[in-house]
Design a protein around this ligand. Sequence first.
Ligand code: AMO
Length: 414
Amino acid sequence: MKIAGWVHDIRDLGKLVFVTLRDREGIVQVTAKGGVTDEILLERIKKLGKEWVISVSGKADANERAPNGFEIKPDSMEIISESEVPLPIEVTGRIESNPDKRIDWRFLDMRRKESFAVFRMQSEIARAMGEFMAGDGFERIFSSRLTGAATEGGTEYFPILYFNKEAFLAQSPQLSKESVLASGMDKVWEIGMVYRAEPHHTTRHLCEYVSFDCEMVCDNLSDVLDVEEKMLSYIFLKLNERCKSILELYKVDLVFPKEIPRLSFDEVNKILKKEKVATEAHDLTPEGERGICRYCEKKYGSSFVFVTGFPFDKKPFYIMKDGKKGSFAFDLLYKGLEITSGGIREHRYNERVANIKEKGINPEDFDHLRFFKYGMPPHGGLGMGLERLTQTILGLENVREASLTPRDPDRLVP
Ligand code: AMO
């Protein structure tokens, strides 16, 4: 049998040397013994350093005291790659390095099983998203992240120099995913990086994050909520099947509610008032988000809640208004954090232009408007941050822990 991996630990007891080798699956023990193992090989094994990459050939024998119940008795060994000592961070998981330093050394930090598990699970979440979307008849699209317009309005965009013109890094694929519906492709999704110039350091904001987006022809908000509810239920099912050991490691009991409660913004405010949670009349504060999630957990046994019908002045121009002040926008909160925004869009050209003007923006800044002139079906959709979903599922304190290479105002490496 031949195995390869990192030297996790070495215990030299003189006549007996135990080496544990680690790879993505776990740990295997190599046991070298004076009088049994070739003498030159035994000496070479004794000189190994932690975190070197080696391969070992030998016989596998049962040993109930070894991790996984077996050990390798080595016949030969190849040193593939040595490691400098000491490592910049502790990777065996015994000492918790400071979080910033761990991100500085992310690809070594991922040798710790806790950190590796986050990105294994993230990969499974994305896999399940793709499986669900394909099964539900959505086409996958790939839209440009270089744009001439600040998609979400506001100031949180990164201007870049595009040859001799100013352009922006896309804040979301919003305008592309809507415009493509003019083509006849009536259910689309995509996943990719988006950019937000968030100047604040919070535990939930990144300057670059992975946005899952979908958009579909429909005229009823409940159709959009149904898609998201079904997709999340599918993701939870698959994570329970495919990520058991990760959920155990993080002590997470991943239960999907029978139904996600759907509450209007006004109802939420009334509940928060009753529960004596301070919040703003016009928007949900982080305290309000946590408060309504606590309430729904108690009342409906659901860690999720859809909040619908936000005031239009708190939502972007592309959302369809409901009356003068209301809107067909929604957020999905999970364990106290907003993980999704979405809604029914304004597909009528004149009304969309009016919405843009109402937000104090110049309609001429939006090239995509052209596509709304030639028969645009009614539609809705949503956007969800992959890091925030990973963060909340595993109960991570900071969204940076769920980003492979997080970008914030002070970080552009690794
Ligand atoms: P919104 O701006 O609310 O909506 O973003 C949608 C979701 O993306 C995630 N998110 C973030 N994650 C990490 N860092 C950030 N700075 C950050 N900003 C947002 C959150 C959030 O719920 N175009 C709309 C979506 C739509 O209507 O389809 C949009 O981008 O999980």
